[in-house]
Write a protein that binds this ligand. Structure first.
Ligand code: MSP
Length: 509
């Protein structure tokens, strides 16, 4: 079974911020989870490097667009690495292979009779790289996403006859009720379609920074058409000498925020229908990270720098915080203070302490070797609840509900902490008659923590591996498979005592 997942390709007009980190992390969590299920996964991310917005950013820096994108794209590649993304490829729309593929793709639209030359005038927002209908603008006439006034743009362009696809798109939506998630976004896209679709301009004559229209070198292909096609083009050259299209298309899931829903849920499927490709199986639309109630964005200038946060606290706490705090699909405020609170409470106190207590008790009372659970002393409830936790968190990852998966896992982390309090191993250790009970408890803590590590792996992979390592458990790719997440899977081993997994963060740190 294959699973292919994508993030949007990010504009390189400015530095990456938490908003980009959020989508990349969410997609990475799902990619890692599907690998744990033993699926053949392809995870794609990258950069969108053409168009007016990029050309303007380059000009403002006194650089050519090419110089600018060559400096900026590596920052996005670094972001993926810094947040621990396990992407299988990083696409740049200035890759010659992509550019050639885009030209071939628009030739297909033309061959299908879906391209026409026309004069168009419309209100264009450079920050969106998109036209707005007047009815959709804010009351003061500005772009509702960026708060800036769009400009009137009029030129002779090539048009994609999107209006022809209105009925096929409605039918597709009705036949695939869950294909855009959550439901509110599905409804939004469908109602946009049913309000009536206008044909869209897919080339620009006033812009030079882009992929030339193959039959008219005076025009470049509209940056959004160029960008959307990355999801397909990448499969043709990600592995030299190999075409992955049959293996990974249709994509399983495009992940993005709600700002670019219309492009992905309306224009992209119509383009695919026209060019004769299958439609992706799903799109997951998440909300916005907010700062003090406002959308975090480069255009608004209120961004948090993920590199600085990662330097300060590490990637794993950032991944955990964003996934725990901002439920996929909803908007959520983020702040350093919020991160610190989650870190100290969930990671340092609840998970980190549980691990250090368990390991140090095994060290102290059993000379560092996890005891076998004596027959008749197996902790039935703790075992059953551990396996139930794995099932519950898996069901939630399957439904793309990462926050809910973490809630199930932490319920169990708290359960294990209660086990320590209730059983008080330090008392059991004083009574030789209780040796079997102490073995059962210590074994139970190690076995329970191993299940926690496997369940939490998609969100905090390095932490999960470190937990397994400290418990002396195998932690290669094959050991991380979900099928290994059964209670009996613990190998008796020597634990390693080590400094706290998550030293507490002090306020203002
Ligand atoms: N280049 C286009 C996408 C083309 S995809 C074929 C683009 N780029 S972008 O740099 O503006 O990135 C937009 C995406 O970045 C959002 O859809 C979302 O995935 C992420 N985010 C940017 N700001 C965000 C927040 N404040 N909150 C959550 N996600 C954010 O659009």
């Amino acid at each position: 079974m294959s699973f292919s997942i994508t993030t949007p390709i990010y504009y390189v007009n400015g530095e990456p911020h938490h908003g980009h980190a959020y989508t990349t992390i969410a997609a990475d969590v799902l990619a890692r989870y599907h690998r744990q299920r033993g699926e053949d996964v392809f995870f794609l991310t990258g950069t969108d490097e053409h168009g007016t917005k990029i050309a303007q950013a380059a000009e403002a820096r006194g650089l050519t667009p090419q110089q600018h994108v060559d400096q900026m794209a590596p920052r996005y590649r670094e972001l993926a690495r810094a947040v621990g993304a396990s992407n299988d490829f990083f696409i740049r729309t200035t890759d010659p292979e992509h550019e050639a593929f885009v030209q071939g793709f628009v030739e297909k639209l033309k061959a299908a009779g879906d391209i026409e030359k026309r004069t168009y005038g419309g209100l264009y927002c450079t920050a969106c790289e998109g036209f707005w209908y007047e009815r959709d603008l804010a009351p003061d006439g500005t772009c509702p996403d960026h708060g800036i006034a769009p400009t009137w743009v009029e030129e002779e362009n090539y048009y994609f006859l999107l209006s022809r696809y209105q009925d096929r798109l409605s039918e597709f939506f009705r036949a695939h009720q869950g294909w855009v998630k959550p439901r509110s976004r599905y409804n939004e896209a469908l109602s946009f379609i049913e309000q009536g679709l206008d044909d869209i301009s897919i080339s620009r004559s006033s812009v030079t920074w882009g992929v030339p229209v193959p039959w008219d070198e005076e025009q470049v292909i509209y940056v959004w058409v160029d960008a959307l096609i990355n999801y397909l083009s990448a499969l043709t050259y990600a592995r030299p000498g190999e075409d992955l299209t049959a293996r990974f298309w249709p994509a399983s899931l495009h992940v993005m925020a709600k700002d670019i829903l219309k492009f992905h849920a309306v224009i992209w499927p119509a383009m695919l229908m026209s060019a004769g490709y299958e439609i992706p199986e799903g799109e997951l639309i998440h909300g916005y990270l907010l700062v003090g109630g406002e959308k975090m964005s480069k255009t608004r200038g209120n961004v948090l720098d993920p590199f600085a946060v990662i330097d300060e606290v590490g990637a794993e706490p950032l991944r955990f915080y964003l996934m725990r705090e901002v439920t996929l699909g909803q908007d959520g405020d983020v702040s350093m203070e919020g991160l610190r609170i989650r870190y100290n409470n969930d990671l340092a106190n609840e998970l980190g302490n549980l691990l250090s207590r368990s390991v140090s008790m095994i060290d102290k009372y059993r000379e560092g070797t996890i005891p076998a659970a004596p027959a008749g002393e197996v902790l039935q409830d703790v075992a059953a609840e551990g396996e139930a936790m794995v099932r519950a968190s898996s069901a939630r990852y399957d439904a793309d509900e990462v926050t809910a998966a973490l809630e199930s896992i932490w319920e169990y982390v708290r359960r294990l902490n209660r086990l320590v309090e209730e059983e008080a191993p330090w008392k059991l250790a004083k009574d030789e008659a209780q040796a079997g009970r102490l073995d059962a408890v210590l074994h139970g803590l190690a076995a329970g923590l191993r299940l926690v590590a496997l369940a939490v792996y998609p969100v905090v992979p390095a932490t999960a591996i470190e937990i397994l390592r400290r418990l002396g458990q195998a932690h290669g790719d094959a050991d991380l498979l979900l099928e290994k997440a059964v209670w009996g899977g613990l190998t008796s081993a020597t634990v390693g005592v080590a400094p706290p997994l998550f030293p507490r963060l002090e306020a203002g740190a």
